[in-house]
Design a protein around this ligand. Sequence first.
Ligand code: SF4
Length: 180
Amino acid sequence: MEGYLKISFLNDFIFCPKSIYLHNIYDNFNAYAFNETPQIVGELKHKNIDQSSYSTRKDILQGLPIYSEKFKLAGKLDIFDKKKGSLIERKTKVKKVFTGYKYQLYAQYFCLKEMGFNVKSLCIYSLEDNKKYKIKLPDKKETKKFTNFIKKIENFEPSSCRLIKNKDKCANCIYASLCF
Ligand code: SF4
């Protein structure tokens, strides 16, 4: 799957382009050495999805590997209800629906569409407070924005990154101690 962009990187790129390069560098290390507690909780909850412990119903797909040739994206979906056509992305706690969250769902949507599934609705589910956030299916305008965003990542040159550290972002970044 070389040359494919990980769907999970989309949100990271918006947070800080530099973080996806740090993520790649430390990808082979033990994640627990670098992740803070909220990330670990999130990963464990996602593990349940990978191990298909959420549901045994045949019309519910969990942790299915997905890809898009058109966008050169690859990853895993969270939950897809084939019968209802609903695609759900679970997060530990959602305080605000960030563009990155929306784009992760769009990415899953485009992958599933390309793979021949009929996706009718998108939703982000906040586990800790049990809240659901409906996301509209991408229309023409949103699809164009998403396409341009993917191109921006593809064309991003790490050496040209003149990112000035942002106090608030860096304080919450798991790579802060590794970033220079
Ligand atoms: S510490 Fe700051 S500059 Fe470095 S990767 Fe994190 S957000 Fe980006």
